[in-house]
Design a protein around this ligand. Structure first.
Ligand SMILES: C[S@@+](CC[C@H](N)C(=O)[O-])C[C@H]1O[C@@H](n2cnc3c(N)ncnc32)[C@H](O)[C@@H]1O
Length: 297
């Protein structure tokens, strides 16, 4: 850690003392990333993360965001794109939790507020994927009344463990604080998601506590997902995603949110998707976890 010398003037100023405490805390976290041997610690943290997925009740994470919440945190084109899906189109939600957003989307008119996002026209078939089964009675009833091929819920595996045939192709994929935020293999995750899209389809997601494309930084923020190049220089998630072939990437930087967040749209424009490889160099279990990836040269 870099030593910090305090003058008497600084010691008597509460705001300055707070700033110093924040700097020391941020430095300590930075040091926590690098001091111990890496691989055993990553294994330990990944094991801890498994327990987080299984937790229920107060210690668990938020897994019941509805469609209105999705509309707030996903890129601005999401609701219109959802509204333009036809009844034979398919929407995949990766890391769906309880699947409430899809339940709202398929709710009978007037019950939820689907007209605010996704319109009131024909509804696409939906597939919710979650590591753990968080289906509610409401989901089960609605899926049963519509027939299973309109509302599927798959659990017990990660996205990477499904074959392309098991899932099929989709016109839309969303991920709200799901696999994109939690995966320990970011490049494989992005490649898998894009391979599941039809050409012309789009992947909508959000990543919080990241270095933003617009370059605005907040004092005292701990960046939960960090990317560095082969020479360990910081790289933004968006600049990395813009190197993916066959994808048109748009980023909306939310620098004024409590946690600086990037709202990301990736439209698939051809079939030869290749994603520049990232290697995991640090992982700290959490909801969400802390992750540091290094790009291969
Ligand atoms: C914090 S919850 C978010 C749930 C929902 N999107 C919401 O906003 O309410 C995280 C979800 O992501 C899932 N998840 C994490 N990594 C995943 C992966 N690689 N593949 C599939 N699901 C994953 C978890 O099982 C859980 O359902």
């Amino acid at each position: 850690m870099i030593p910090v010398k305090l003058s008497a003037k600084w010691c008597n100023n509460p705001a300055a003392r707070l700033a110093v405490v924040i700097v020391i805390a941020v430095q300590s976290l930075g040091a926590a990333w690098v001091q111990e041997p890496v691989q055993p610690r990553i294994d330990e943290e990944v094991a801890k993360q498994e327990k987080i997925y299984r937790r229920r009740g107060a210690g668990s994470y938020t897994a019941n965001r509805g469609l209105a919440n999705y509309a707030e945190v996903l890129p601005s084109g999401f609701c219109d794109a959802l509204g333009s899906l036809g009844s034979s189109d398919r929407w995949l939600d990766i890391g769906a939790g309880e699947g409430r957003a899809m339940l709202d989307y398929h709710a009978p008119q007037g019950e939820a507020a689907p007209e605010k996002c996704g319109g009131s026209g024909p509804k696409a078939r939906v597939v919710a994927v979650s590591i753990e089964d968080r289906r509610t009675d409401a989901w089960k009833q609605q899926a049963a009344s519509l027939g299973d091929d309109r509302m599927r819920y798959l659990s017990g595996k990660r996205l990477s463990q499904y074959s392309p045939e098991e899932l099929g192709k989709f016109q839309m994929i969303t991920d709200v604080y799901g696999g994109f935020t939690y995966t320990d293999d970011l490049s494989r995750f992005v490649g898998n998601a894009l391979n599941l899209l039809e050409i012309g389809g789009a992947f909508y997601t959000v990543l919080s506590s990241v270095h933003l494309e617009d370059g605005k930084h907040k004092l005292g923020v701990w960046y939960r997902t960090e990317l560095v190049d082969a020479a360990s220089r910081p790289v933004t998630v968006c600049s990395w995603l813009k190197q993916v072939s066959c994808a048109k990437v748009t980023c909306e930087s939310m620098s004024d949110w409590d946690e600086p967040s990037e709202l990301i749209t990736m439209r698939k424009v051809c079939s030869g998707v290749t994603v520049p490889r990232t290697n995991l160099v640090e992982y700290m279990a959490g909801a969400p976890p802390g992750r540091r990836f290094q790009l291969e040269p």
